[in-house]
Structure formats: structure tokens, C-alpha cells
Design a binder for this molecule. Structure first.
Ligand code: SF4
Length: 723
């Protein structure tokens, strides 16, 4: 038996695993006792990784060779890699020649490794000269990115997991940590057991299992977070709980915010948020007066048409009370996916460039062009996720390359996304599993390696970079995601006019270990002098232990906590208060659509269930899809447990059994995001077949982060008539 140290491919906690294998079979997995994210622990999903990898269903659903469809109505047939990538590169070159570089787009995934992301980004922005490269991380954490940058000056979570045990107050908001980040939640449970004085505030419209550990629960109305945070600041100012010395020395912009929050009186906020005034006062007191307050937040803040304002308003509280830059304190955004952070680091989004550079900044564009040996990188903003699929639906984007994600299920307003995939002249899907809904639209399917086979690095929520190592050989004709992108890029480079002095992708495809490390070294060099400088971090160093960034050349270890010196990465070294104003959800409840539908994760499933859906035991917690709602709402509509209901928004409709849940307040409903077409079919408002809850959700997005409001759609719920 061989043992290989690697990283769990599910959530952003980034737990270390030890994979046991025999020959080409993964036979077991256990938590890595030396990995600082989990110290040997694994949750249900992580601990069943080996079972799902070896399950018969998984083996049957793997995509093992390139497949091409000449016409959309035909079945795909196997082709060689040469044939597949020559077809792909010639088709891309032709579309670029006829329509320009912005006629193509790449849609990536927070489950790709950092090296995969780096190559795709260079391929789009460097070789093709389009910024149309975005990712499903846009649906996950782009509001957190914008919030950090607007306030603290850099997209860098300033805290770490260890801060949980140093905190005296935990403010968990918009995060069902117990389900979405289970091993981090164990730390919270440990901290509570070790320190009875620790106070935990939990704020979320749903009273999820995370609420069980809270001393104070704030059941706010959906989307009212900014009102809550501004109201807390109003009270802190009134009570003298802010830190004027810290504000004066380390921040700017407080006076304007102070004037704004004057209107957020406790009465107004209690009414807007639907909470008790005394609970609001208590939350403000605990947050401001505890020795150290750590906020943990996730999609409840991010997946919102006010996502950036919500993030900034929360960070405002930390700055106003000096709850930052010390052990146990700070705003800690939790990443949903295993490598949403790594994607941000290499600039794998439409508005970013390598090493946290901004596309809109001419100096940053010039720096990246110099790094890549190019005359320039384009300045035209790329299309972000929602706009990319809208552009394809409108005929503006002709070719879409989708890697390691399933937008036909996971994007909001699914009808538009499916129309985009139908209309695009060329759809290439790079995938490990042949069964995702997006595969149905592919002209070309490219088989990729997956967990247990891949090689590279990922970064978790606390800025810690870990190695991902292969335990078994790549099955069939599968290839690593970065290798597919490099092979394609090298072929495309020969078909397009030269942009640089030499070859742009000089990475070995025959020696994969060398190829991937060369990519890493190039990425590492791009970070020199940046906030995430990792010039001191090598693959050899990561062999010994995962490391946090920044880690400068000559250093042995990374930085555990940021801003302890009170200096921020802004022009004047000061953090910036953002003058945040509360705006309601994009699609408020109204008489025709009287329910607030929210979406979220189950404990034991992951994304579209390609991997977790292959194991019967992971259905033990929740066996089938349901719509959860308040028991009183059900009684008023004469609905009984298990009755089928039509859930309908302005965009589509699904039929699903209803279930009473004590987690939901009146007029609210919840559905898990995971269930796809095999479990939950629906249709668009014009009758097209759709699947899952995103038949209903809205693509309205935050104007700053472009992150869509997956956490709220107005729906009606009607009992389905039996035929
Ligand atoms: Fe994997 Fe997240 Fe569970 Fe850790 S907490 S084992 S990273 S799913």
C-alpha cells in the first residue's frame, strides 16, 4: 500500500488528507494529523472520498477519452487528443479571425488548481488578448474580494483558523458553518468548550444547525444585513464603544459613514431586520466590547445584489472598534470552494490580473505584459459570469470553453444559460464526469483528471497553500487540466499572429512534475513585491508543510495574521471606511410572489453531486429534494408534509415535495442547491426543460462585484394538482 499526502477537494477549509492506494486503486483516506487546517479530522464528505473515488457509479460516469459531436443532434464519438485539440484550436482561431478575440470566453472553476488557473488566465489574457475569462468563484466570493479591496486595500483575509480559539466573541453571519465548513465548526465547538466566556452571535434568516451553538441568534429578514451592521455602528457610536484613537491613526472616511449611520436608529433597524431591539443592542455591545471579536461570514453576505456593501459594512464595524490586527479579531471571509483563493491569486477572473493586480490599472497591465513578454494585455473589461452567458445568448460570444464546472445547473436564471449554450457556435467542456448537464451541450468533451490523480497546489480560506498530489495514475486518456490548456495554447499559438518574442507556454508536457512546477515558479515570480508575495515559497518547502502567504524570499514561514502594525496596503497606509447604505433585495416579495426563496448547501452533498451523489451513505442525512417552509405557512395553504408543490418565480417553475422546517420564518422557503435533473426537473416560463433550484433564481447582481443574488428570489408556492 502507498500513502500520499494531498488535500480534500471539497470546501475552502482545505483539510489535509492521506490517500491510501494500491496500484491504480484508491483504497482509503484519512485526515492528515500534521496538516494545520484539520490536524487529522475529516467531515463526512472528506472521510468518504476514497469510497466515492472507487464507487462503481463513479467509474461508470468518468469521462475517459475526448469525444466530439459533429452536429448537436448526434451522439458524441471518441476522437484522439490530437484530433480534438487541432479541432479546438482551429475553431478558436477561425472565430477570433472572423469576430475578434472577445468572441470567445472561458468559464472556469474554484475547483481547478492554481496552476490550472494560471495557464487558462495567460491563455485568454496573454495569447488570445481577451479578458473574457471568469469562474464559478464569481458566484461564491467576488463580493468578499471587492469588500476587502474597498476597505483594507487588498483581497487578503487578515485572520486565520487559530483566531477562533483566541476570540472572545464570534460573529457568524450568513454562514451555515456547521454544514458548509464542518471542520472549522469543530474548532468553534472546541473553543466554546474550552472557554465558557466566549460569546457567539449567529445571524441568518434561517435558524440552521449553526444556531445551536449561539448565545444570541439574530433572525434577520433576507438581505437586510447592511441595515443591521449600520445599526450596530449607530449604537456603538451612541454608547461610546468605538475606538477613536484607532480610527484617527489607521483609517479614513469615518465622518461620512458616521453621518449615514445616524439614520439607522435601533427602532428603524429592528423593524427593517425583523429582530428585537434588545437583541440588536446586545449584538452591538458584544461585538464592540469583547476583548477580541472575530467575524466569520460566507454566502449570505456574498450572494447578494448588495454583496460588496454587506462585506464593507461588516468590515466597517471591525475598523471602528479596532477589532482587527490582533489575535482572535478580524473579518474572516470563508471561501466556499477548495481553491477560490488560488484563482484570485493568479487573477483568474474577468476584472483581475496575476498576483491580485487589477485589470483597470494601466500600471498593473504593463507589469503583467512585461512578465509574459508581451507588448500589452488588453484593457477592455472581460465579461463576468452572468454577462458572459448573456453575451453568448445574444450571439456576441461565439465560443465557450467550460472547465471543471456545470453552469447549466449552477448558474442563476438557468433558462438564459441554457439558451447561451445552445446558441454558441462552439462549446467545449473539460470535465472529469460525463454526466453533468453542461456536457449535453458540448461539441467537444475533454476528459480531465480529478482528485487523487491531480498535481498542483490550492489555497484555503486562511491563505494557506497546500500541495495536491496524485496517488494513482490518470485513468484512460484523461489529462491534467493545466496540461490540456497548455497543449491547446501551444497549438493555438501556431495559428494566431505572434504576440510575444518567444513561446508563451514553455511548460513540459512530457515531464508533468517539471511542467507543473515551472508554472508554479512563474506564478510565484509574478507575486514579487505584491501583497501576496510568495517569492520565498517553493514546491520543496511545501513538501514539508503547507504555508500561508505572504512569504517573502529568504523567510521560512508565512504571515499568520495581517495588519498587526496598523498599516494597510493603500496609498496612505490607512484602511478606508465605506459609506454603506442599505438597499433591499433585487426582487422583493409581493402579492403574486409572496415567499422569499433562499438556497444553500446540505451537510453531506457537494455542488452538483458528481462525486457525492455516487454514495448511498451520503443520502442518509437528506435522501431527496424538498422545499422547506414554515409549518404555519403550510397549514394556511392546506399543505401536508410530502405534498407536491409548484414553486414558481418569474423565470421558471419546479415541482417538489414540501417539508415543514422549524428553521424557516413565515414567508420564507429554502431549497438545497445540489439537486440536478435526475432528481428535480422543472421548466422555464416559456416551457423549456430545466433542472434544479436555479430554474427559479435571479441573475440580478451586485454592481461592484457582479456576484448574483442566489440567496433570494421571490416565489409563489401552490399545491400541485394530481393528474
Ligand atoms: Fe473536506 Fe471541507 Fe470536510 Fe475538510 S471540512 S474534510 S475540506 S469538506
Amino acid at each position: 500500500m502507498t500513502e500520499t499526502r494531498s488535500t480534500c477537494p471539497y470546501c475552502g477549509v482545505g483539510c489535509g488528507v492521506i490517500i491510501e492506494s494500491q496500484g491504480d486503486q484508491i483504497t482509503g483516506v484519512r485526515g492528515d494529523p500534521e496538516h494545520p487546517a484539520n490536524f487529522g479530522r475529516l467531515c463526512t464528505k472528506g472521510s468518504t472520498l476514497a469510497l466515492s473515488a472507487s464507487a462503481a457509479v463513479t467509474r461508470q460516469t468518468r469521462l475517459l477519452q475526448p469525444m466530439r459531436r459533429e452536429h448537436r443532434q448526434e451522439a458524441a464519438r471518441p476522437v484522439s487528443w490530437d484530433s480534438a485539440l487541432d479541432f479546438a484550436s482551429e475553431s478558436f482561431a477561425q472565430i477570433i479571425r472572423e469576430h475578434g478575440p472577445d468572441a470567445v470566453g472561458f468559464y472556469l472553476s474554484g475547483q481547478l488548481l492554481t496552476e490550472d488557473y494560471y495557464v487558462f488566465n495567460k491563455l485568454a489574457k496573454g495569447l488570445i488578448a481577451t479578458n473574457n475569462v471568469d469562474t464559478n468563484s464569481r458566484l461564491c466570493m467576488s463580493s468578499a474580494v471587492a469588500g476587502y479591496k474597498q476597505t483594507l486595500g487588498a483581497d487578503a483575509p487578515p485572520t486565520c483558523y487559530d483566531d477562533v480559539k483566541h476570540a472572545q466573541c464570534l460573529f457568524i453571519v450568513g454562514s451555515n458553518t456547521a454544514y458548509a465548513h464542518p471542520i472549522l465548526f469543530r474548532r468553534i465547538e472546541d473553543a466554546k468548550a474550552a472557554n465558557p466566556a466566549l460569546k457567539i452571535i449567529f445571524c441568518d434568516p434561517r435558524r440552521t444547525d449553526t444556531a445551536e451553538i449561539a448565545d444570541l441568534y439574530l433572525p434577520i429578514q433576507p438581505g437586510t444585513d447592511v441595515a443591521l451592521f449600520n445599526g450596530m455602528l449607530h449604537i456603538m457610536l451612541w454608547e461610546g464603544w468605538t475606538d477613536p484613537a484607532y480610527i484617527a491613526a489607521h483609517t479614513t472616511g469615518f465622518e461620512a459613514l458616521k453621518a449615514t449611520v445616524r439614520d439607522y436608529t435601533p427602532d428603524m433597524v429592528a423593524q427593517t431586520c425583523g429582530i428585537k431591539k434588545e437583541d440588536l443592542l446586545q449584538a452591538a455591545r458584544l461585538f464592540a466590547t469583547s476583548a477580541a471579536t472575530l467575524s466569520l461570514y460566507c454566502q449570505g453576505l456574498n450572494q447578494s445584489s448588495s454583496g460588496t456593501a454587506k462585506n464593507a459594512a461588516l468590515i466597517n464595524l471591525h475598523l471602528a472598534t479596532a477589532q482587527i490586527g490582533k489575535p482572535g479579531a478580524g473579518p474572516f471571509s470563508l471561501t466556499g470552494q477548495p481553491n477560490a483563493m488560488g484563482g484570485r491569486e493568479v487573477g483568474g477572473m474577468a476584472n483581475l490580473l496575476s498576483a491580485h493586480r487589477d485589470l483597470a490599472n494601466p500600471q498593473h497591465r504593463a507589469e503583467v505584459a512585461a512578465l509574459w513578454g508581451l507588448p500589452s494585455v488588453p484593457s477592455t473589461p472581460g465579461k463576468t459570469a452572468v454577462d458572459m452567458f448573456q453575451a453568448a445568448a445574444d450571439g456576441e460570444i461565439k465560443a465557450l470553453w467550460i472547465a471543471c464546472t456545470n453552469p447549466a445547473q449552477s448558474m442563476p436564471d438557468q433558462a438564459t444559460v441554457r439558451r447561451a449554450l445552445e446558441r454558441a457556435e462552439l462549446v467545449i467542456v473539460q470535465e472529469a464526469f460525463a454526466t453533468t448537464a453542461s456536457c449535453d451541450y458540448a461539441d467537444l468533451l475533454l476528459p480531465a483528471t480529478t482528485w487523487g490523480e491531480k498535481i498542483g497546489t490550492v489555497t484555503n480560506s486562511e491563505r494557506r497553500i497546500s500541495r495536491v498530489r496524485p496517488a494513482v495514475p490518470a485513468p484512460g486518456a484523461t489529462r491534467h487540466d493545466w496540461a490540456i490548456a497548455v497543449d491547446f495554447a501551444q497549438r493555438l499559438e501556431r495559428r494566431l499572429p505572434a504576440r510575444g518574442a518567444g513561446p508563451l507556454f514553455p511548460y513540459s508536457l512530457t515531464d508533468e512534475a517539471l511542467g507543473v512546477e515551472t508554472i508554479w515558479n512563474e506564478h510565484r515570480e509574478s507575486t514579487r513585491g505584491r501583497d501576496l508575495d510568495i517569492t520565498g515559497m517553493s514546491y520543496a518547502m511545501l513538501e514539508d508543510a503547507p504555508q500561508q502567504w505572504p512569504l517573502h524570499e529568504g523567510q521560512n514561514t508565512g504571515k499568520v495574521r495581517l495588519y498587526e502594525d496598523g498599516i494597510f496596503p493603500t496609498a496612505d497606509g490607512k484602511a478606508r471606511f465605506v459609506n454603506t447604505v442599505y438597499k433591499p433585495v433585487a426582487e422583493p416579495r409581493e402579492s403574486r410572489y409572496p415567499f422569499s426563496l433562499t438556497t444553500g448547501r446540505l451537510r453531506d452533498q457537494w455542488h452538483g453531486m458528481s462525486r457525492t451523489g455516487t454514495l448511498g451513505r451520503l443520502f442518509g442525512h437528506v435522501a431527496e429534494p424538498s422545499l422547506q417552509m414554515n409549518a404555519q405557512d403550510m397549514a394556511r395553504r392546506q399543505l401536508l408534509e410530502g405534498d407536491l408543490v409548484h414553486v414558481t418565480s418569474k423565470r421558471g417553475s419546479i415541482v417538489v415535495p414540501v417539508q415543514a422546517s422549524p428553521e424557516l420564518a413565515l414567508s420564507q422557503a429554502f431549497m438545497a442547491m445540489h439537486w440536478g435533473g435526475e432528481y428535480l426537473s422543472g421548466q422555464s416560463s416559456s416551457g423549456e426543460a430545466l433542472a434544479g433550484v436555479n430554474a427559479l433564481t435571479t441573475s440580478a447582481y451586485c454592481p461592484s462585484s457582479k456576484q448574483p443574488e442566489l440567496k433570494h428570489a421571490a416565489v409563489k408556492i401552490l399545491k400541485a394538482e394530481l393528474p
